[in-house]
Design a protein. Sequence first.
Length: 171
Amino acid sequence: MLHGAISPETVFNPLIVARNANPCASEIRIDDEQTRYKRLINCELARQAVPLAHMADRLGMLRTKLHKILRQGAHLSDNLRARLFEQLGIDHTRATIAVSMLQSAAAYHEQAVFLAAEGLKGLYCEAASGRQGEIQVDLRPVIIHTAVGKTYGMLLTHQERVLEASRTLLS
């Protein structure tokens, strides 16, 4: 994705995401959310080399039923989706960002989606638990975006230090 084409206000806009999408990730964006979740599950089954029949056995369901759900268009219930995510190690937050917000099952494996999901989890956990206090004033989005940008910069600086320390130890 081109960094000049996005901003915090537009980053989850499906039109911008589609325009700047990875051309290698061939995906039709006309489909619905459930189809994208099925695509993500099928991709993970293939990536982990888990046959559909083995997954059906793990879940204790008929092989033909799972095949109809994942490959032939039958309804995928939220409960079954959660069980499949658990079996395949698919992160719910990351999947939601990729499938619902970015409208792309392929986006699940992007580093930016991983960072966004983990950042969202951490921020929500802090805000919900109030461990460090509670923010009670209204904050403008630009203040939050600036704080996140500085946090990202700190992560990059830390990464540079870790990589340099690794190179020093290997020398």
